[in-house]
Design a protein around this ligand. Structure first.
Ligand code: SIN
Length: 440
């Protein structure tokens, strides 16, 4: 076979134009088949014009206004959640002048949703946020960064803290977390999808060239499950290869690349299933906390689950920067689909879209705020949901820098552009679960 003739510039341009047209046609076709869930996502993803946040359901509006919506029902909690755990900041209640909720809310369009607004005192929120950033992010819990970086066992946050507090100088080579993959300098293997990282410390002299072949961006490791209808569920997939293209960053920037960590049974994002043989010790206070919530909502909604049967076996901490989002998906990897999923929000508020069993059902946009708890039971447990928007300038003042608490500064700094979600699940049916180690 003779060698193919090299393509002329004209031919290349024609091919590029054709490819562009094909892409446009594919986009147009997709828009014809947009589901109501996708429509809502697009509304809240829009930057210009900005979304109309008044369309979102705010469970913290004055109760008499909230209950004017006939679809919303207020129900007393089975137990006041403050009875259970210091994590709710019970001791600080008087000092902080607040009161913890005695009621939860149900929504007629979302059977199984139980919403508990403003469930934590500021102190309790700060304690949990510290846990999410400093403690739970350490090995053996895995994070998205572990795919590409040699994160030390002492944790990335400790490195960040050392530099932030001046314990280590910011140009100390040991503060830079190294890549797992070796960079092939010959191949021109620099650059990343994150162009804004190009001025980062030791790599600031790197040539600004694009990699020769597409490489996985760490952004692709955001847990986007069921992100498009073309990705079928539970298709076994390999772990992504460590990339030699990820940038070496100072810890203050690398912590902002943390997208998730997994607790207990480690979740395998590519195949959307658990590693049943990888069970990291579950943080004890989070077991107590989630059980307390399950107990508080016992009998509150139409799908009761005895708190005695609830065991916190897996969890995910999702870290969102202001521009991040989590596309619509269903959590269906647990063997136990009856147990509630308990989800906590901290930091900036977000728009949470709660849909139904398919993307065809129009979702309800909910304004999720710091300290709110969402419990998903019954059919709501397998409803489509997602977070298309983190809302700027919504960080509560009690999570900003506090003159009387300088050690909070590093957390306030992180939260100034972030939201954290902690969600906890039971994986096995009751009594089926192999004994779970608990972390003390
Ligand atoms: C999730 O669905 O996994 C996270 C939801 C949230 O961030 O509130």
């Amino acid at each position: 076979m003779p060698d193919p003739q090299p393509m002329s510039n004209r031919q290349r341009k024609i091919m590029e134009r054709q490819a562009e047209r094909n892409r446009e046609m594919a986009a147009a076709k997709r828009s014809e088949t947009r589901t109501p869930f996708r429509e809502a996502e697009l509304q809240f993803l829009s930057r210009h014009p900005p979304p109309d946040y008044s369309k979102a359901l705010d469970f913290r509006q004055p109760v008499e206004v909230l209950l004017r919506d006939p679809k919303i029902k207020r129900v007393p909690l089975h137990k006041r959640i403050s009875e259970f755990s210091d994590l709710f900041g019970v001791k600080d209640l008087q000092q902080e002048g607040g009161d913890l909720p005695e009621n939860a809310y149900l929504h007629e369009d979302h059977p199984g949703l139980i919403y508990i607004p403003a469930a934590f005192t500021p102190t309790a929120q700060r304690n949990l946020i510290k846990g999410c950033l400093k403690d739970y992010s350490r090995h053996p819990n895995k994070s998205n960064l572990d795919t590409h970086y040699l994160v030390p066992d002492s944790g990335l946050w400790d490195l960040h803290e050392n530099v932030f507090t001046g314990k280590q100088p910011s140009d100390d080579p040991s503060i830079f977390v190294q890549r797992k993959a070796k960079v092939d300098e010959q191949a021109g293997g620099y650059g990343s999808d994150d162009d804004d990282d190009n001025d980062s410390k030791p790599d600031n002299k790197r040539p600004k060239m694009k990699p020769k072949s597409p490489v996985p961006s760490i952004r692709t490791l955001v847990p986007i499950m069921d992100g498009t209808p073309t990705v079928p569920d539970n298709v076994p997939k390999d772990d992504p290869e460590p990339s030699a293209q990820v940038p070496i960053l100072p810890p203050a920037q690398l912590v902002r690349k943390m997208r998730w960590i997994t607790l207990g049974y480690q979740y395998h994002w590519p195949s959307k299933t658990y590693h049943f043989d990888q069970n990291a010790p579950f943080p004890e206070e989070l077991s107590i906390l989630s059980k307390a919530v399950v107990d508080a909502v016992d009998g509150v909604g139409p799908y009761p689950y005895p708190a005695d049967d609830f065991v916190a076996e897996a969890g995910v901490v999702n870290y969102y920067q202001l521009k991040d989002r989590l596309m619509g998906h269903v959590d269906r990897s647990e063997l136990n689909k009856e147990a509630p999923l308990v989800s906590f929000s901290f930091g900036h508020s977000c728009i949470y879209l709660l849909g139904g069993p398919t993307r065809e059902k129009e979702p309800t946009p909910i304004l999720l705020q710091s300290g709110d708890i969402l419990v998903m039971t019954g059919p709501c447990r397998s409803a489509f949901h997602g977070v298309p928007r983190i809302i700027e300038n919504t960080l509560p003042t009690y999570l900003q820098s506090l003159p009387e608490e300088p050690e909070w500064d590093i957390y306030a700094d992180y939260l100034s552009e972030a939201r954290i979600n902690l969600n906890i699940r039971q994986v096995y049916p009751p009594n089926d679960s192999p004994a779970s180690p608990v972390q003390h």
